[in-house]
Design a protein around this ligand. Structure first.
Ligand SMILES: Nc1nc2c(ncn2[C@@H]2O[C@H](COP(=O)(O)OP(=O)(O)O)[C@@H](O)[C@H]2O)c(=O)[nH]1
Ligand SMILES: [Mg+2]
Length: 248
């Protein structure tokens, strides 16, 4: 029995593997196009990823309130269905484009490419991409962003970085949200969650905050403001070097 099944099985596995490779390869090519667009226009793009309900949209709302008038901000929202999150962002008068992925569990570079044509963020702006709520699939798809930000909330349990390490490996920044709920939770508090995240990826830049109550938001907004400004300044310095007469 086993022998007769072995052969066709083998072929199926190869077919699945090569389709997966094709999808990821195509995604990577499109992600590079997005990256080139961001670099040319000195746009800082951040990809926010988390489980559903960790507080990505709340974090964006509070960040926008605090940085409004200081940075030009644009948002791409990803969800399987509804425009609920886009409506929350639009209420703050920030340009937003909603992508609905239907049965899809993550955003892909081609969707960002499409959204960019509608949003047309100007030179030097800050672009937030809120990914579909999911700790697994979004980690595999490069969107051309400069930073991947993983949001994890205190109520999710402190072992999540160990159970879903891939997204924590891929991320540059980890935000631990809902610190205001710590007094109501059993367990070791925030320390184990912090340690587990750093165990998986010691390079993670960590922020601990409460998006709805405001604690810790200043450090995150200051960091964001500084990298956004330095992205536009560094690139403009490089551009100006190449713009100089006599350098071809
Ligand atoms: N207590 C508390 N609740 C929060 C915080 N951030 C978000 N929430 C709540 O968590 C729920 C999900 O938030 P949302 O921003 O929609 O999460 P998303 O699915 O990751 O975009 C909402 O009821 C928010 O009000 C926080 O820092 N503290
Ligand atoms: Mg959301």
């Amino acid at each position: 029995m086993c022998n007769t099944h072995e052969h066709p099985h083998h072929h199926n596995e190869q077919a699945v593997l090569s389709i997966e490779q094709d999808i990821l390869h195509r995604n990577n090519l499109l992600a590079e196009r997005n990256r080139g667009y961001f670099e040319a226009k000195r746009i800082l793009a951040l990809n926010l990823m988390s489980s559903p309900g960790s507080g990505k949209t709340s974090l964006l709302e509070e960040t926008i309130r605090r940085l409004n008038g200081r940075l030009a901000m644009y948002v791409i929202e990803g969800d399987q269905q509804t425009s609920n999150d886009a409506n929350r962002i639009a209420a703050l008068s920030v340009p937003v484009f909603q992508v609905n992925t239907g049965t899809g569990c993550h955003l892909e570079a081609g969707m960002i490419n499409h959204a960019l044509k509608h949003l047309a963020p100007p030179e030097g702006s800050l672009l937030f991409i809120e990914n579909v709520g999911n700790l697994i699939c979004p980690a595999m798809f490069d969107l051309g962003e400069a930073y991947k930000v993983v949001v994890v909330s205190t109520t999710e349990g402190d072992d999540k970085p160990l159970k879903y390490p891939h997204i924590f490996w891929e991320a540059n920044v980890c935000i631990i949200n809902k610190t205001d709920l710590l007094p109501y939770l059993d367990g070791a508090g925030i320390q184990t969650l912090r340690e587990n995240a750093l165990k998986v990826n010691p390079q993670l830049q960590l922020f601990e905050l409460s998006a709805t109550k405001g604690a810790g938001m200043d450090a995150w907004c200051d960091w964001l403001y500084n990298i956004s400004k330095s992205t536009s300044l560094i690139t403009s310095f490089l551009n100006s070097k190449y713009d100089k007469p006599g350098i071809n």
